[in-house]
Ligand binder design. Structure first.
Ligand SMILES: Nc1ncnc2c1ncn2[C@@H]1O[C@H](COP(=O)(O)OP(=O)(O)OP(=O)(O)O)[C@@H](O)[C@H]1O
Length: 279
C-alpha cells in the first residue's frame, strides 16, 4: 500500500533521511521506533506530502505522493506532534470544523460527527471547550478529528508523548480498534512499550535510516529471548543475549558480580545495533 523508494531528505548539507526503502502493507499497524532526531517526523511529513523528498519517491496506492495530490490526501490523515485543536471551540465544534475543511456538509456531516462522538465516548461532554480538556484528552480528540474524512491510512507522530499511563492505555485501545476496523496505521514513537503493544511490524530507525524491520518477536528472538545484564569489574553494565533460559542460567553461574536475568526487549535490540538507547 505504501512504497518508500530510495528516499533521501537533506536540510542544507545535513542528511535527515538517508536512502531509505520501506514497504508497508494494507491493514498493518507499523511503528517507526527511534530516539529524538532519528528522522521520524521528517519521514512522516514526506509520507503525507508536507515535505518533498530531496530524491527518491513515495508511492501510496500506486500513486506518487506530492503536495498537490488531492486524491491521496483525501485517503489519509495525520495526527501531528503538536496540538492542532482550536482551543476556543468545543469538542463537537472541532469535529464540525474539520468536517467542513473536507467539504463534508449537511446530513452527512451531522451523521459523521455523531458517529465519532459516540465512538470516542466524547458524546457526554461534547460541548466542553477543548482548552478545558486534559493533555491526554486533547490528544484523544486529535485522533478522533483525524477520522473525520474516514481515511484509509492514518499517520500519527508520537501520539502519546507526555501523557500519563492511564490515558496512554485509553489511546492505545482506540488505535487498536481503528486498526481492527481496517485502517492502516503508521506511528512514530520513542516508547518501547508503545511499539511492542501496538505494532505488528516495527522499523528501528536511527540517523535517517531504518536499519532493521520485522515483527517485535522476530526482532527480539533473533538477538536472543533472554538477556543477562551485569556490572563488570570496571562498573560498566554488560549485556549478553541467549536463545534458551538454560544457556542464560549456565552463564550467570559463572558470574561473581550482581546480575539481572530477564526477557529481552526492543531497547536491547536497538542498543545492540546502535550502542544507543531509544529513550
Ligand atoms: N527544518 C529543519 N532544518 C534543519 N534541520 C532539521 C529540520 N527539521 C529537522 N531537522 C533535523 O533533522 C533531524 C531529524 O529530525 P526529525 O524531527 O525528523 O527527528 P525525529 O526522529 O522526529 O525526532 P523528534 O522525536 O525529536 O521529533 C534532526 O537532527 C533535526 O535536528
Amino acid at each position: 500500500m505504501i512504497e518508500i523508494k530510495d528516499v533521501t531528505k537533506k536540510y542544507g548539507d545535513f542528511t535527515a533521511i538517508d536512502h531509505l526503502n520501506l514497504s508497508i502493507e494494507k491493514g498493518s499497524f507499523f511503528g517507526l521506533l527511534g530516539p529524538n532526531g532519528a528522522g521520524k517526523t521528517t519521514l512522516i511529513k514526506m509520507l503525507v506530502g508536507l515535505l518533498k523528498p530531496s530524491s527518491g519517491n513515495i508511492i501510496i496506492k500506486k500513486q506518487k505522493m506530492s503536495r498537490d495530490n488531492t486524491f491521496l490526501k483525501n485517503k489519509i490523515s495525520i495526527v501531528p506532534q503538536h496540538i492542532n485543536l482550536d482551543k476556543e471551540l468545543s469538542i463537537k465544534e472541532n469535529l464540525i470544523f474539520s468536517a467542513k475543511l473536507y467539504k463534508i456538509k449537511g446530513k452527512e456531516q451531522e451523521k459523521r460527527v455523531e458517529e465519532l462522538l459516540q465512538f470516542s465516548e466524547f458524546k457526554a461532554i461534547e460541548n466542553k471547550l477543548s482548552k478545558k480538556l486534559s493533555g491526554g484528552m486533547q490528544r484523544k480528540l486529535m485522533i478522533v478529528k483525524a477520522l473525520v474524512n474516514n481515511p484509509e491510512i492514518i499517520f500519527l507522530d508520537e501520539p502519546t508523548v507526555g501523557i500519563d499511563v492511564n490515558n496512554r492505555r485509553k489511546i492505545w485501545n482506540m488505535l487498536k480498534i481503528m486498526n481492527d476496523m481496517g485502517k492502516t496505521i503508521i506511528l512514530t514513537t520513542h516508547y518501547i512499550e508503545e511499539a511492542e503493544y501496538l505494532c505488528d511490524k516495527i522499523g528501528l530507525m536511527d540517523n535517517g535510516k531504518i536499519f532493521y524491520c520485522d515483527t517485535s518477536d522476530h526482532l527480539k528472538n533473533n538477538l536472543g529471548k533472554f538477556t543477562v545484564e551485569h556490572f563488570n569489574k570496571n562498573k560498566i553494565t554488560e549485556y549478553k543475549y541467549f536463545h534458551t533460559i538454560e544457556e542464560a542460567k549456565k552463564y550467570v553461574n559463572t558470574l561473581s558480580d550482581h546480575y539481572i536475568l530477564r526477557n529481552t526487549n526492543l531497547e536491547d535490540v536497538f542498543y545492540n545495533f546502535t550502542n544507543r538507547k531509544v529513550q
